[in-house]
Design a protein around this ligand. Structure first.
Ligand SMILES: [Zn+2]
Length: 372
């Protein structure tokens, strides 16, 4: 019986070649998502970023580009949230055209619920609409340190505020329209402030239910417009039981939301220090899942190998849920481009951990995958 498989493989490959499929089309069967998540470029960096897409992403078969835009766009639906120096619709059109030319799906990201501040800075939503603040009694520090008395990592908006979704969904729609997006990444990672006792709307409520309700509301809004929701997975993992802690998993009782949200949300399962195999957990719960590394190239190569392995051994029901990998970059777009140029060869195992080395190494391994 087993002796038939090589012949069947050759026949299948011949059929795919005969059908005129490209190498990337065939690679899609092995690893459907080959992604990069990075801050959106500034308008002055567009030309360089277009070259980056053509020169660094396309040759590596990257097919998914999540751009973290947040409020770096010239919004007109809510001018109070617009960045006059942010991306214009014309800038986005150029990015979109370049991505389409190279078969890359462009997905915009706006952080919803959490990450409404960073360090000592409050982002535009809560500076323009302080009434949406889940913790208005927590004053922003002159200098942010962690840990601190307030447990302030980032501010959140109150998901039960009666006006907050009118505002955030207006900018979500405007941005998705500009990107002609079929999917949007809603962030939702590291939400530490949720269901706070002093919030008159959320105090005393079940945090998993609050989180699930917000995910469901966002998903339903996007779904009505034919768009799919992507999000980070950390709030859906039990940080205590797994030992994953309070960052890449939840220690604030939101993890039960995994059983309360729609199954068509794409989970970006980030693990930066170790290749924790939680993608299996998400897949067994019925979600499509993408594993996300950062700086650790050894871990990223293992995460990639795991993803390919799980696709090869799983049941037909489970297999398509293991969608692929996405490198995350947490520096400015321009900085990463420079870092990449200065990064030593991808197979240099003595290189210090860096985003550039991790990206090069993981995509070198992707290039070695045998298309089906
Ligand atoms: Zn609240």
């Amino acid at each position: 019986m087993t002796t038939c498989w090589p012949r069947i493989g050759i026949i299948l490959l011949s059929c795919l070649l005969a059908a005129g499929l490209t190498a990337n089309d065939r690679l899609d069967h092995v690893l459907p998502v080959r992604g990069l998540c990075i801050a959106a470029p500034r308008p002055t960096q567009i030309d360089a970023f277009l070259k980056f897409i053509a020169g660094e992403l396309a040759p590596r078969s990257v097919n998914t580009l999540v751009l973290r835009v947040d409020y770096g766009f010239q919004y007109t639906s809510h001018p109070e949230l617009a960045d006059p120096q942010g991306l214009s619709p014309n800038d986005v059109a150029q990015l979109l055209a370049a991505c389409r030319r190279h078969g890359i799906e462009l997905i915009p990201q706006i952080n919803l619920l959490g990450h409404q501040s960073w360090g000592k800075y409050t982002h535009r939503l809560l500076t323009a609409h302080p009434e949406f603040d889940e913790t208005p009694w927590v004053k922003m520090p002159d200098r942010h340190t962690w840990p601190n008395e307030d447990g302030l990592y980032c501010k959140s908006y109150c998901p039960r505020h009666p006006q907050v979704h009118d505002v955030v969904f207006a900018v979500v729609d405007e941005l998705c329209d500009a990107f002609d997006a079929k999917a949007m990444h809603a962030g939702l990672d590291e939400v530490f402030y949720i269901g706070m006792d002093k919030c008159p709307r959320c105090g005393g409520q079940d945090k998993s239910q609050l989180f699930a309700d917000e995910v469901t509301l966002i998903r339903n809004h996007l779904h009505e417009k034919g768009r799919r929701m992507w999000m980070w997975g950390d709030r859906l993992l039990d940080g205590k039981v797994t030992g994953l802690g309070e960052w890449e998993a939840s220690r604030n009782d939101t993890h039960r939301a995994i059983d309360l949200i729609p199954k068509d949300v794409v989970i970006c399962d980030w693990h930066y220090e170790r290749p924790d195999p939680t993608a299996v957990y998400f897949a067994m719960k019925g979600f499509d899942v993408v594993t996300c590394p950062w700086k650790n190239a050894d871990s990223a190569r293992q995460q990639l190998a795991d993803m390919v392995h799980w696709r090869s051994i799983s049941s037909p029901a489970m297999r398509p849920r293991f969608q692929g990998v996405m490198q995350t970059v947490w520096s400015e777009a321009d900085g990463f481009r420079r870092e990449l140029q200065e990064t030593p060869a991808s197979d240099d195992t003595s290189a210090r951990p860096s985003q550039g080395h991790c990206f090069r190494s993981m995509f070198l391994e992707i290039g070695k995958l045998e298309p089906e």
